[in-house]
Design a protein around this ligand. Structure first.
Ligand code: SF4
Ligand code: SF4
Length: 187
């Protein structure tokens, strides 16, 4: 059988289709009012505001979106979704872009990626986040050895962090959830 090779345009169309399917966002629903960007608490640090990111995808400018720091800085706070008159699920779209970029080894914010991975490992291991583990391993793996270390005693004495992890009862259930998610993602 003759193999059909997609040109750049075809690949971009495919990526856009995948992003829409994964996020449940129909890009054409956005009429560029900008309410999402105006309310986003992290917009000041983003290289593309949420509205601009959607516009670029509408114009099939996929490369610029995949290289953007914006999806990595998104805090998934849902503010944009709540403000959007068309209820466009921008946080889902940000997550889909992050996954798509990562699959192509495009990781513009490596420390954030490390933090995300450690956080998930942490929850998989204990069933909930163990902040001491998270802070310690994040500092070690990123080389920011003393970042926020000064806050640790105060947090400890105010019982905001613990030395020993608080493990949930159904730890194996949480592990199964992770396994199922990994299997679903591999399909
Ligand atoms: S608030 Fe909604 S419609 Fe307006 S620019 Fe943002 S995503 Fe588009
Ligand atoms: S979910 Fe992300 S993009 Fe939306 S307002 Fe929050 S930080 Fe900004």
């Amino acid at each position: 059988m003759r193999q059909i090779t997609l040109g750049k345009e075809g690949v971009e169309k495919n990526i856009i289709q995948t992003l829409q399917e994964k996020s449940g966002v129909r890009l054409s629903d956005c009429y560029q009012c900008g309410k999402c960007s105006a309310g986003c608490p992290v917009a000041f640090a983003m290289d593309l505001k949420p509205r601009q990111l959607i516009r670029l995808l509408q114009l099939e400018q996929v490369d610029e979106v995949l290289k953007s720091k914006t999806p990595w800085l998104c805090a998934t706070c849902q503010c944009c979704f709540v403000r959007c008159p068309n209820e466009i699920k921008i946080p889902n779209l940000m997550e889909a872009v992050r996954q798509e970029a990562k699959a192509r080894h495009i990781i513009p914010e490596k420390d954030i990626d490390k933090f995300n991975n450690l956080f998930l490992k942490n929850v998989e291991q204990f069933g909930r986040s163990h902040e001491t583990f998270l802070m310690g391993f994040y500092n070690l793996t990123t080389g920011h050895l003393f970042q926020d270390v000064g806050c640790a005693p105060k947090l400890y004495f105010n019982k905001k962090i613990r030395i020993r992890p608080h493990v949930v009862k159904n730890k194996s259930g949480v592990k199964r959830l992770f396994q199922k998610t990994i299997e679903k993602g591999a399909k």
